[in-house]
Design a protein around this ligand. Structure first.
Ligand SMILES: [Fe+2]
Length: 161
């Protein structure tokens, strides 16, 4: 019998990570006020992240579980990588982009793993839900990749704070 507990544990990690990211993105939206295009991208990311948390919660419920609420390593990661001093330095947006890009790839790896795991325990619906989230994460990583050169150039041109 395949082990459903592992999938539950990973879904809980993903839930905590999405919530940690949502918290950090709320702050980034405010800091990006001078860059409307970037700000609306971050806003979209925030909305998607909230949807992901809800989707993951539904997946847990399908397995007869609910989010554990335990602060896992993943949640700490989500919060830490974004927990930078904000609004003070010219390179804030570059640092956000670097951290968000890294976090997106952590999410991509996690959802890829969960797709396989869900298939292994015969939960096709959960695998499909994770696949949907994965597509969003891949798109967000690509968007961040596109934004970075301009943000880096701007920060360098502005010089030291
Ligand atoms: Fe996400």
């Amino acid at each position: 019998m395949a082990d459903q507990k592992l999938v539950v544990s990973w879904l809980n990690d993903a839930y905590a990570l999405e919530n940690g990211i949502a918290e950090a993105l709320e702050k980034q939206v405010a800091v990006a006020a001078d860059h409307p295009a970037v700000q609306s991208g971050i806003q979209r990311h925030l909305e998607a992240t909230k949807r992901h948390a809800e989707t993951v919660k539904t997946c847990l419920e399908q397995l007869g579980e609910s989010p554990s609420g335990v602060k896992t390593t993943m949640a700490t990661l989500g919060a830490k990588v974004h927990g930078l001093t904000m609004g003070a330095a010219k390179d804030d947006l570059v640092k956000f982009a670097l951290n968000d890009y890294a976090t997106e790839h952590m999410e991509i790896a996690s959802y890829k793993a969960m797709i396989v795991a869900a298939q292994e325990i015969g939960q096709a619906e959960i695998a499909a839900a994770c696949q949907g989230i994965l597509s969003d994460e891949v798109a967000m990583a690509a968007w961040l990749d596109e934004q970075m050169p301009a943000l880096v150039r701007e920060a360098v041109q502005q010089g030291e704070t």
